[in-house]
Design a protein around this ligand. Structure first.
Ligand code: HPA
Ligand code: ZN
Length: 348
């Protein structure tokens, strides 16, 4: 059995499928944009904002941060910077959420938001060693009509290589998740891939509704999945990916005291295609490079197991098949180059 050092795990090539654009924003950029847009922040240093003890409090702070995002260029900048930071964390491929519900409430039209994100994405594709695509998340508390409107908007983007899917975030408690089935039907008709935050601080039944009623092909968080044995068996059998964010569940949703007690280890042992993700690396000041060694230590994972988690991210992604094949090959080369550098035997 081969174990890797923290430094080695931080440098593994990685895939990230559960990460929010707005929550990836650097505190320094929020400060710049708030100043530029005349938005008053309740603190002098935005880093001070990044403190929360539950999902609702986190979302309140998320809203404060989002007030600073006004122009298309603001969105271009945060998109580019988020991908710059991801590339530095060893992320080679990312599918990133953006959540227009947080800023359209302040009068920023979704078309302007997307114009900026699109520009940032294209710029990043030119400059950075990371491939990225976007998923539009609707805001659950804004209701089913907002969800349909967002599905229609996402469907209207002609370049399906840039905007590939629809998801849903924000709170779970008190929300009728089945009411979003029509919005997911619209998304499906446009050829958008479908995912949903479910079972984060809500019950496993929300995961079942996401899959059975809304046609979701992937589940975000899925923290409560193992509560339902039959559902778990189906998720395993159908290889429905679950984009798990262990540290986020400790520090944002506060549903588990530490990563060692997170069900991620039990999910993997049960055969769930569960991956590792950071969720909101800017606001958490904790990215995927931090998450890999944290999880390896918490569960005593070998290097092989960590490499497999990375490869499972490729399977779980919505990249085209030829791109997945190319990624598998390049990851294998990188895995072995790192093993050589750290004086470890090559992979079997
Ligand atoms: N859950 C719900 N809503 C969110 C999250 C999350 O993890 N991150 C950003 N918005
Ligand atoms: Zn999330």
């Amino acid at each position: 059995m081969v174990f890797a050092t923290d430094g080695h795990l931080r440098r593994l090539p990685k895939v990230e499928l559960h990460c929010h654009l707005e929550g990836s924003t650097r505190a320094t950029t929020i400060r710049d944009l708030a100043l530029k847009n005349g938005v008053e922040l309740p603190v002098d240093d935005p880093e001070e904002l990044y403190q929360f003890t539950n999902l609702n409090q986190f979302l309140d702070i998320y809203t404060i941060i989002c007030r600073s995002l006004v122009s298309a260029d603001d969105y271009r900048r945060i998109t580019y910077e988020a991908l710059e930071d991801a590339a530095a964390a060893g992320v080679r491929y990312r599918e990133m959420f953006f959540s227009p519900g947080f800023t359209i409430q302040f009068g920023v039209p979704v078309s302007r938001i997307w114009e900026g994100i699109r520009a940032g994405l294209l710029e990043a594709r030119q400059d950075l060693s990371i491939q990225a695509r976007m998923i539009l998340d609707f805001d659950k508390p804004s209701g089913p009509a907002h969800a349909v409107e967002m599905a229609e908007f996402a469907g209207s983007e002609p370049d399906r290589d840039l905007l590939i899917g629809m998801g849903a975030d924000s709170v779970e408690r008190g929300i009728d998740h089945a009411a979003f089935a029509p919005a997911y039907e619209v998304a499906g008709r446009y050829g958008l891939r479908r995912t949903m935050h479910a079972g984060e601080d809500g019950p496993a039944d929300n995961i079942r509704i996401a899959i059975d009623d809304c046609g979701c092909e992937r589940i975000d968080h899925g923290f409560r999945l193992l509560d339902d044995r039959d559902l778990t068996a189906r998720v395993v059998e159908r290889r429905i990916p679950v984009t798990v964010c262990p540290t986020s569940n400790v520090v944002i949703a506060n549903v588990v005291p530490d990563v060692a007690n997170h069900p991620f280890g039990a999910m993997r042992a049960a055969g769930v295609l569960a991956g590792l993700n950071s969720d909101d690396p800017g606001m958490m000041r904790f990215d995927l490079a931090d998450e890999y060694p944290t999880v390896a230590e918490a569960f005593g994972y070998t290097l092989e197991q960590m490499e497999q988690i990375s490869l499972d991210g490729i399977e779980s992604s919505w990249a085209p098949d030829d791109e997945k094949q190319a990624m598998r090959a390049s990851f294998a080369v990188e895995f072995d180059a790192l093993r050589t550098e750290y004086g470890l035997p090559l992979r079997a």
